[in-house]
Design a protein around this ligand. Sequence first.
Ligand SMILES: Cc1cc2nc3c(=O)[nH]c(=O)nc-3n(C[C@H](O)[C@H](O)[C@H](O)COP(=O)(O)O)c2cc1C
Length: 279
Amino acid sequence: MINKNLNSTDYETFINVIRKRRSVRRFEKGRSISRQVLERIAEAGRWAPSGANVQPWDFIVVEDPEMRDRVVEVFLRQADRLKKYAKGFPSVYKSYLNNTVAIFIVLGDRRWNINFPHGVTPESEADYQQNNENIFYCSIGAAIQNIQLAVTANGLTSAWLSGGGEQQTNDELSELLGYPPFLRAYGTIPIGFPAKDVSSRYRRPLQQVVHWNRYEAEKFRTDEQVQFYVDSLRPFAMYRNKTELSEWEDFEEKLGEWQEAFTTDRTNPSGKLPKLLPP
Ligand SMILES: Cc1cc2nc3c(=O)[nH]c(=O)nc-3n(C[C@H](O)[C@H](O)[C@H](O)COP(=O)(O)O)c2cc1C
């Protein structure tokens, strides 16, 4: 029997790690971690799937306190720029990074994209080109996800920072860490011991996300719903410690007429679907 080793206990352990993985942005002070644990975490990243098995990543594991502090400084500057130039995005102060015990920097190397399918006619080229990008980003995301899960499985916690992918931040990191600037720090994962319990986070209900055998048009999220999220819900949905929005004390006040759309599988009762993206 193929599945003889996979039983419900395995699933429980597995799903618990997945549910426990959290972006925790507060770490305990004065802790340290062994290289052995960091290698176990890197091993999980190594086993991520990738398009054409090209493994287009490298992991820089910064554990030396002096180097770690310099990487943190790069991200403090990145956070300042975010506040200045990406106004309105509900980012948190990055001073918590000072208590990081190690930082994984996941570099992506786009040269490997030549291994993905390429169109050989002018008409097909653009189509394949776009999908090559998708394959690359998904591969990098899989590695980052594996790393974050392994962090959780080792009793630690982490965050997933994307700012290293910004040009200026990547330039500074490449200068500091010595990698060629055409590699890019798509994911940065500061690791620490959790200083607060963030056991949960908003997730859409399962019955809203899953479509059985066809796309269920009543589960389409309307443009207005997307807009409501960005205008009114985002900072709370990103940081509050509850899975269900209905668990919020101010649920009615925050959601107003959007309660049903965010808590049931009827986000689009008319079942009508637009054909095009809004302009
Ligand atoms: C591609 C990607 C980029 C992200 N970038 C950042 C980031 O730059 N800073 C940050 O604090 N969190 C970042 N996050 C974390 C998300 O905000 C977080 O995963 C989401 O709010 C859900 O919370 P949870 O991870 O605790 O479940 C990113 C997550 C992903 C998948």
